[in-house]
Design a protein around this ligand. Structure first.
Ligand code: ACO
Length: 436
């Protein structure tokens, strides 16, 4: 880490000696004050629930400038990656730090493709779930269960194990998500077809049946690939930090990724696209565009507990660049499928327009996030709403594993162990049961 010219001095009003804290500079973005020795020097912890001002690690993978609305994977703007590269190239970039050339891409794709099947035993494991189980409940189980099947890639301290588990996870997530879907609709599982692209293969496993040939629509394939690329990584968000914290204990990569899947499920994070689509459908049922004003009043009334789902972000205080790209894809997909007049899309555009002009949203810098449009795209493709978050998990797996591998490879890595400000009872004696 590079020391900045500035130093920070922390002084106390009670006469305790002040302490000098080193300040480090990243390649771009805010400097950080190094407080690692603070407890040893002062006996004090810092307090930052929700990590509003805390960098929990150093990372060279993804950079976000929330004020500018900029997202870079390994320095490359998301707009360029989404337009000029596909998901396999993006995976290579996130995992290994560089964009592959044609031969490198072919080799990486071949490696991933070789691992698309899952152990046949997985389907019996799946049978233990109720048919109406939420796909994310199934996914948390299935991903965790991978560690029971692939014993030869569970040693997180072994770089070869880390590499092969990365390839296996990227390759098998589409198969598992499609199996979770097929199980809930009672259709036979479709084996992967390795001549197809990553996105095309996923669509095949989702929508093909053994009864008739399935032809992948290139517009839908591109849209799926873009959804994967846009969701591939997003630096230290809740699920990625969960993966890092879980993996910091030395647990195997499949278990750490399962923890990420569980965290992603929440409506404030990956579950937002599902929640957003449900919100749009609810407004539609209430009367559609004519009810937008009434709905917005509820959103602005804090006592209602209603939020405009798909709006707001902890880091972006400007338009989420992924939302722009997703809006573009949304238009393409709806045009391809002859759904240009889709009422939910129109409703979404109306909500966005009002929100972007409304003082409540302007003052709080609340803009659409990627989930605002991704739900509409997925619904148009025919993906059931409860599966949206599982698809997000599929796409984010590469980011999770790249971040996990970066952490394990960092010589400064330690088990994550936050401290606390204790506010409970001080030491007291247990009274015998009869006297309580
Ligand atoms: N609708 C209405 N008001 C909102 C919204 C929203 N979607 N988001 C934030 N606000 C308000 C808050 O009530 C708060 O108002 P106040 O200052 O008057 O108290 C202010 O804006 C700041 O919001 P915070 O909740 O403090 O922001 P935080 O960074 O903690 O939360 C979050 C970010 C969780 C994403 C929030 O904006 C939200 O819940 N959005 C809806 C869910 C969503 O779309 N999540 C997807 C995130 S992106 C992703 O995971 C891919």
């Amino acid at each position: 880490m590079k020391l900045a010219d500035t130093k920070a001095t922390l002084s106390f009003s009670n006469g305790s000696p002040s302490v000098e804290l080193p300040v480090y500079q990243g390649s771009v973005g805010p400097d950080v004050v190094d407080i690692r020795k603070l407890y040893a020097q002062t006996g004090m912890f810092t307090y930052d629930p929700g990590f509003l001002s805390t960098a929990a690690c150093q990372s060279a993978i993804t950079y976000i400038d929330g004020d500018k609305g900029e997202l870079l994977y390994r320095g490359y703007p998301i707009e360029q990656l989404a337009t000029n590269c596909d998901f396999m190239e993006t995976c290579h970039l996130l995992l290994y730090g560089n964009l592959p050339n044609a031969a490198g891409k072919a080799e990486f794709t071949r490696r991933v493709t070789q691992h698309t099947m899952v152990n046949e035993q997985m389907q019996f494991f799946l049978r233990g779930f109720r048919r109406d189980a939420h796909p994310m409940a199934i996914m948390t189980g299935l991903v965790g269960a991978l560690s029971a099947f692939y014993h030869d890639s569970t040693d997180i301290t072994n770089p070869e194990h880390r590499d092969i588990s990365a390839i296996r996870l990227i390759a098998k997530m589409p198969t598992l998500v499609a199996m979770a879907y097929k199980y809930t609709v009672g259709q036979p599982y479709m084996y992967p077809k390795n001549e197809l692209s990553y996105a095309g293969n996923f669509l095949h496993m989702m929508f093909a049946t053994p009864c008739e040939p399935y032809v992948v629509n290139p517009v839908i394939e591109r849209a799926m690939d873009r959804i994967f690329t846009l969701h591939a990584d997003h630096e230290q968000n809740a699920s990625t930090s969960t993966v890092r914290l879980c993996g910091s204990s030395g647990t195997n990569p499949f278990a750490a990724i399962a923890a990420g899947v569980a965290c992603l499920w929440g409506p404030a994070h990956g579950g937002a696209n599902e929640a957003c689509l449900n919100m749009l459908e609810d407004i539609q049922k209430m009367g559609g565009i004519s009810k937008v004003g009434e709905f917005m009043e509820k959103v602005k009334d804090k006592s209602s507990g209603v939020k405009l789902m798909g709006f707001g972000h902890r880091v972006y205080k400007n338009y989420d660049p992924r939302a722009k790209l997703m809006q573009e894809t949304c238009k393409e997909v709806l045009a391809e499928l002859g759904l240009e007049n889709d009422p939910l899309f129109k409703l979404a555009m109306a909500l966005e327009k009002i929100a972007l002009e409304d003082d409540y949203f302007v003052q709080r810098k609340l803009y659409p996030n990627v989930d605002f449009y991704s739900g509409i795209v997925q619904r148009a493709i025919g993906i059931p709403v409860p599966l949206f978050t599982a698809i997000f998990a599929l796409a984010r797996t590469v980011g999770w594993i790249a971040q996990l591998n970066e952490m394990i490879g960092d010589p400064e890595y330690k088990i994550g162990r936050p401290r606390q400000l204790f506010t409970g009872s001080v030491k007291r004696d247990v009274a015998p049961l009869a006297q309580r």
